[in-house]
Design a protein around this ligand. Structure first.
Ligand SMILES: CNc1nc2c(CCNCC3CCCCC3)c3nc(N)[nH]c(=O)c3cc2[nH]1
Length: 375
């Protein structure tokens, strides 16, 4: 059967688990490691698709939970799927909604069959099962779709995590069985298991038996200490197939990208760059800058003198601070554009460092300038 998603491993770092790869999708070739901007409601907030294209975004995320509630997958299907609706010709990945049900919806009830919940928008009753979520993701038409899973809270008892893991593996099998468009949309399994390493191994091995074209590591970045996240990650990735992409869900900040790449992760998504942009905080090579701060009121330098983005080549910190203080919409458009560019450019430099066999050196260099004291 034709596989819509193909991964080539181009180079493995000699001094860490870092990898340089290439992900071929029906909507373009994605160089990995890759940062995927989040477009929750079929838009990367404040950015037009041509802006995403011009800064080199190859793949963006969207979400089953939000789009099912509004405007509904039937309308999007009639518009030609997310690609037609958004007029985005790059790749799209949709998350399966399980995580959002637990972080947004009300009155959730979880059983072996699925999850029932009330919409956070209007209180209407809904239920997600592996079959119904696959039908939604098939209608949205993303190139990569995530299996319906349960992301346990942190902390959680071993008993809870064990029950949840077995449910998630069973749901993954039901997703694979009910997936209607396997030749156009690659279905990724999601490894759970909480902080229990033996359960992480069991989850990985049982998902590998189902033979997915890619594997996500879920259940992390849910409030656990970062060192614990990194340890769980370092333990889990080696159990996954070396020739398939690994996607660390919901991660992360610049340091998380380095730590994840170092531990064998190829794909990342995080709302951070667009979320902090909306309160005027920008990412720069010297760390974060809160643009409302009075120190920028007469600072005529660009947001980041080392950044080649259109915003940094056109506007000053003083002007952008003025726009944010005046609540001018252009202000958050400029900070969002710059922050997404920063994350994409950081990933490009990380890919180049792996190719030049100097990933750990580049990490050290970045940390010193960004203000992270190396562990
Ligand atoms: C922030 N931390 C975190 N996020 C997780 C997420 C969400 C990843 N981001 C998806 C986007 C969110 C905004 C809307 C568009 C999709 C997780 N998702 C799933 N399915 N399972 C997890 O264990 C899972 C675990 C996660 N941990």
């Amino acid at each position: 059967m034709a596989q819509p998603i193909r991964f080539e491993l181009l180079r493995r770092d000699g001094h860490s688990q870092a990898r340089r790869g290439r992900l071929t999708t029906p909507h373009g070739v994605i160089e990995t490691p890759v940062f995927m901007p989040v477009g929750t409601q079929a838009t990367v907030k404040t950015m037009a698709p041509w802006e995403l294209k011009e800064i080199g975004a190859g793949i963006i995320l969207s979400n089953t939970y939000h789009l099912h509630l509004r405007p509904g997958e039937q309308l999007i299907d009639r518009a030609g799927g997310l690609h037609g609706f958004m007029n985005w010709d790059g790749a799209v990945l949709t998350d399966s909604g399980g995580f959002q049900v637990f972080s947004l919806a009300d009155l959730r009830k979880i059983t072996d069959d699925g999850v029932s919940f009330r919409s956070h928008l209007d209180g209407s009753s809904h239920s997600f099962t592996p079959e119904s979520v696959m039908a939604i993701e098939n209608a949205l038409g993303a190139d990569i779709i995530m299996a319906f899973d349960e992301c346990p809270p942190y902390p959680a008892t071993r008993a809870y995590v064990e029950t949840s893991l077995r449910r998630t593996v069973d749901w993954a099998q039901r997703c694979k069985a009910s997936h209607q468009r396997p030749e156009e949309q690659g279905l990724f399994g999601i490894v759970q298991g909480g902080e229990f390493l033996d359960l992480r191994k069991e989850a990985a091995l049982r998902l590998i038996d189902l033979d997915f074209p890619g594997y996500a590591i879920g259940g992390l970045s849910v409030g656990e200490p970062k060192p614990l996240m990194y340890d769980i990650l370092a333990y889990t990735t080696p159990w996954l197939p070396v020739d398939k992409p690994r996607y660390l869900m919901g991660v992360g900040s610049p340091d998380d990208l380095f730590e994840g790449v170092e531990r064998g992760v190829d794909m990342f998504d995080c709302v951070l760059p667009t979320r902090i942009a909306r309160n005027g905080t920008v990412l720069t090579s010297e760390g974060k800058r809160v643009m409302k701060n009075a120190r920028y009121s007469d600072d005529f330098l660009p947001l980041d003198p080392d950044c080649d983005c259109r915003v940094c080549k056109t506007f000053s910190r003083a002007y952008i601070r003025h726009l944010i203080k005046a609540d001018e919409v252009l202000g958050i458009r400029l900070t969002s554009y710059h922050n997404v560019y920063f994350m994409l450019d950081l990933m490009k430099r990380i890919r180049q460092s792996i190719e030049a066999d100097r990933f750990l050196g580049y990490k050290q260099e970045f940390y010193e300038r960004y203000g992270y004291n190396e562990k």
